[in-house]
Each structure stands twice: as C-alpha cells, then as structure tokens.
Design a protein around this ligand. Structure first.
Ligand code: AMP
Length: 281
C-alpha cells in the first residue's frame, strides 16, 4: 500500500521510525503528473533501498513569472494510483504553504553552473530547484536520491550542491526514457497539440543526428550544431531554438573540439511549449 503524507512533521516522524528500523531510504523528487520516466526512477530506487519515497510538489520558486506554474498539469489521484502500481511506499505531497510558510526567506544559491544553458534563459530557476531539493532532503533524509538525465544540468547542479554542502545523500542519475518514436517523456508533453507533437520530434531527431555525425568523425561543434539547427527548423511548428550546446559533461563548458562523453543539450519552443532534451556522445 502506498501511504500519502501531506504534512512535513508526519513525514519526518515516519522517516525517524524507519531509520530506527535501519531501513535504507530511496527518494524520487518529482513535480507529479507521473509518466514512465518518473517510474523508471522508482524502479531504480526499489532495487537498492528498503523504502521508496516519491515527492510530488510543483515548486513555485523554480518557475519564472511568465512561466507555466499555474497551468502545470496536476492529478494527485492518478499519480497515487501509478505509485501504488509501482510499489512506492510513501508519497509526500506537501502544500505550498507548508514548504514556504509566510515569511519564508532562506535560499540556496550556487555561484557556478547555474548561469549556463537553461539557467541563462530561466533566471532564478536553479535557485528554486536547489532550495526545494535541499528542503526535501532535510525532510526525507534519503540514503539515495534519484534524478533523471533528462534534466541533465539539474542533475549536475544537485550533485555539486551535495558535494559542496557535505550532504549525506548519494545522488544517482538515471537514463532518459523516451517514447517509441524518440520523444523524451515529459509532463509538459501534455501541452502539445497533435501537430505540435509531430514537431516535438525535432529535438530527439537532432540529438540522434549529432551522435551520428560525431560517430562518423565530425568533431567540429559548429558543424554539428548547424546540421542540428537545419533539421529542427525544418519542422513547421518549431517556434524558436533557445539553445543548442555541446559541453563538457561535468563543467558544462562549451567544447571547441568534440570528444567522446561530451553532452549535447538543447531547448526548443514547439508552439508555446518549451521542451528540453540531451544526449551523451
Ligand atoms: P519533474 O517531475 O519533471 O520535475 O521530474 C522529476 C524527475 O524525473 C527529475 O529527476 C527528472 O529528470 C526525471 N525525469 C523526467 N522525465 C524523465 C525521462 N523522460 N526520463 C528519465 N527521467 C525523467
């Protein structure tokens, strides 16, 4: 049975009891509207831990003023059912006022890594992410926490926070789960119309093309990016390419010459929906 907990103190009490029983705790933080990408993280957690906790919290502090906080898809009942089927032990779904009570004023700021890629276009986003993940780690006190490579920059930044702040949690990155045609699964795919869904394929197609070009011997990032750009813009409902970058997988610095293990990342607007994806070369 999956138990739903919405109150911070109850979650903490539950964790305390589990720790006294020497249970190993795996944690999957999410914003809900769960899909197979999220559930793959649950599967990873269940293999290595006695107890799996999934949090469902649409975190207001990581959304910009003109972003989709209000219309972000939410369906707790559906999520609970999926968690039940996946064998999740606890769903922690706090209310916004529990996490950010009136007068809340403490935030986690990272001085590197957060200004690049998505951070450049979403100022304050990673401050919100790091703050909420830090708070969730303090509440759930997991031994292992699972994050998707889908949000690659987020994964790297969280690993760095844990290292910088000597936090007692092991951060595990898990591979991107895709639809059969290649589209990376995302709660935001729900926003796409039938026609937009077709143009959304441009992201994964471009990433697969980058990998193919690299494997054929191309090491000039400009050439790879130019081919990707052409392919993406050939899809009718692509409104804007926000960025395409080929970076070092740890420092996220742009590469002058592409090497094996580098990461290609991109953000593209299909209609009004901002989609991100990435691939390892
Ligand atoms: P979100 O609910 O979008 O904040 O995502 C919660 C967690 O699930 C994050 O660690 C994401 O990186 C991960 N995630 C989202 N989509 C996917 C996917 N398609 N494959 C793997 N992990 C994913």
């Amino acid at each position: 049975m999956t138990k739903l907990i919405q109150n911070i103190n109850e979650m903490k009490q539950t964790i305390k009891t589990l720790k006294q029983q020497n249970k190993k705790i795996g944690f999957v933080p999410t914003m809900g509207y769960l899909h197979k990408g999220h559930l793959s993280l649950v599967e990873c957690s269940k293999k290595k831990n006695d107890i799996t906790v999934v949090s469902i919290f649409v975190n207001p502090t990581q959304f910009g003023e003109n972003e989709d906080f209000d219309k972000y898809p939410r369906d707790l009942e559906r999520d609970l059912k999926l968690c039940e089927e996946a064998g999740v032990d606890y769903v922690f779904a706090p209310k916004v006022y529990e996490i950010y009570p009136e007068g809340y004023s403490t935030y986690v700021i990272m001085e590197t890594l957060t200004d690049k890629l998505c951070g450049k276009y979403r100022p304050g986003h990673f401050k919100g992410v790091l703050t909420v993940v830090n708070k969730l780690f303090n509440i759930v006190q997991p031994d292992n926490a699972y994050f998707g490579e889908k949000d690659y920059q987020q994964l790297i930044i969280i690993k760095k926070m844990v290292e910088d702040l000597n936090m007692n949690v092991n951060v595990v990155g898990c591979p991107i789960i895709r639809e059969e045609d290649g589209l990376a699964m995302s709660s935001r795919n729900k926003y796409l119309s039938e026609e937009e869904r077709k143009s959304a394929l441009s992201l994964s197609k471009a990433l697969f093309l980058a990998k193919e070009l690299f494997e054929k011997g191309e090491t000039n990032p400009q050439k790879i990016k130019e081919e990707m750009r052409k392919l993406i813009l050939s899809y009718p409902l692509v409104k804007e390419i926000q960025y395409i970058e080929i970076v070092d997988p740890k420092t996220l610095e742009e590469k002058q010459k592409v090497e094996k293990g580098d990461r290609v990342l991109l953000a593209v607007f299909v209609g009004d929906t901002r989609l991100i994806d990435n691939i390892e070369l």
